[in-house]
Write a protein that binds this ligand. Structure first.
Ligand code: ADP
Length: 404
């Protein structure tokens, strides 16, 4: 079954085309990206398997036009991978915020669109863009079934005391203000893959998953279900990230707002776009750049890196305590999969758990590896995430089940 997976941002659209043989076996037929949608000049980068890369620079005014450009690339005579658009049997969308009602992946219909619309207040940077992608596919490929996969869904099993904020309860009742958590697709995928990898019984396991990329979050997964996670109402909470501040005393926000006379939007922008690794280091939001700067002795680059490591150790410790133990700690995402040094520095602080680190095995990047010694009481592993695959799997399952 050929499935197009879309991840629509406000001015970008990432895609992958997967040929799903069955749930676990697939061919990646093509992937690509449209950037700067709606700006003076846009760019489409397309790469088909075993084909020449295609780069198109031209204005692309909106998401509908972007989808048309992607479909053209997919069927391009030279660089394309499909004979006809009819070959695409379903489209799966990454949708950021499903609120408290959308607790699992679902087929797109008018009722679902109305619910995603309702969640736009909760995910103002992403949900409107995700919806644009859904509308665009409806327009361009009206008979192709679509499925929405939510970043928040996996975390909906958190107990009430984990997701409730200690502010007047009416804000929860009126505005649905609570912890939701994000990267759920990744936490779900890597926790299940990690359990299989380590031979754990998912129904009787305690796993902590550390998704570390531009955005980072940690989840506590107890018997296969999420019981806590570090992101909150929005992806701003928790660990220090590329440009997001992570957990801070809320008074910091109002203090700066008053001192500098900032509007709510300005302060939100500062916390989302100017903070995190970039804000602390003053150099970059990218972990690799900071590693280089730290090697040259830059104090603030070192400080930003130490802050991330400190945060990971902090949340892992908290989640071990919440679950009354842990069987396995998982590293994933761009940083988690590629940065051996960070993994070592985190695990050096977990010997209290009986974790025995395997330095040699840890000297790897971008593949699934156990990084603890066989006799280690608590296991740690690098498990590569693949959110697009999960979206394609869910899409196939839902579309096929409905067709039975
Ligand atoms: P996103 O959250 O946007 O999906 P990624 O998961 O791609 O982000 O992670 C991006 C981060 O991963 C960046 O900070 C980058 O420095 C880091 N990263 C990516 N590749 C490597 C690598 N090969 N070595 C070290 N760090 C890497």
């Amino acid at each position: 079954m050929i499935i197009l997976v879309l991840n629509c941002g406000s001015s970008s659209l990432k895609y992958q085309l997967l040929d799903m043989k069955n749930n676990d076996s697939y061919d990646l037929l093509a992937k690509g990206l449209v950037e700067r949608i709606g700006m003076e000049m846009s760019r489409l980068k397309h790469q088909g398997a075993d084909k020449e890369a295609l780069v198109v620079d031209r204005p692309i005014s909106d998401h509908t036009e972007a989808i048309r450009a992607v479909l053209e690339a997919l069927t391009d005579k030279k660089c394309g991978v499909l004979d006809s658009l009819e070959d695409i049997e379903a489209v799966g969308h990454r949708v950021l915020h499903g609120g408290a009602k959308l607790t699992a992946s679902k087929r797109v219909d008018d009722a679902l669109i109305a619910q995603v619309e309702k969640c736009c207040d909760l995910g103002p940077l992403h949900n409107p863009a995700n919806l644009k992608g859904i509308y665009a596919v409806r327009e361009v490929m009206p008979s192709t079934p679509q499925v929405a996969v939510f970043d928040t869904a996996f975390h909906q099993t958190m107990p009430d005391y984990a997701y409730t904020y200690a502010i007047p309860y009416r804000y929860y009742e009126q505005y649905d203000i609570r912890k939701y958590g994000f990267h759920g697709t990744s936490h779900r995928y890597v926790s299940a893959k990690a359990a299989r990898f380590a031979g754990l019984n998912m129904e009787d396991s305690r796993i902590i998953t550390c998704h570390l990329g531009n955005g980072s979050s940690i989840a506590a997964v107890y018997n296969g279900k999420c019981v806590d996670t570090s992101m909150g109402l929005t992806p701003l909470d928790g660990l220090i990230m590329g440009t997001r501040c992570g957990a801070i005393d809320p008074s910091v926000v109002t203090y700066i707002q008053k001192k500098e006379g900032l509007t709510a939007d300005q302060v939100e922008n500062m916390l989302n776009k100017e903070s995190g690794l970039l804000g602390v280091s003053g150099i970059s939001s990218d972990f690799r750049d900071l590693g280089q700067a730290a090697e040259k002795g830059e104090y603030r680059a070192k400080l930003a890196l130490k802050k991330l490591i400190h945060g990971i150790i902090h949340y892992v410790g908290a989640y071990v305590a919440e679950m009354n133990g842990v069987d396995m700690i998982v590293f994933t995402g761009g940083i988690g999969e590629n940065n051996a040094r960070l993994r070592r520095r985190v695990c050096d602080n977990l010997t209290y758990l009986g974790l025995q680190f395997d330095n040699e095995a840890n000297d790897c990047r971008g593949k699934d590896v156990m990084i603890t010694l066989p006799e280690s009481k608590v296991k740690a592993a690098v498990i590569c995430t693949n959110e697009e695959l999960v979206i394609a799997q869910d899409t196939m399952r839902i579309v096929l089940n409905e067709e039975l």
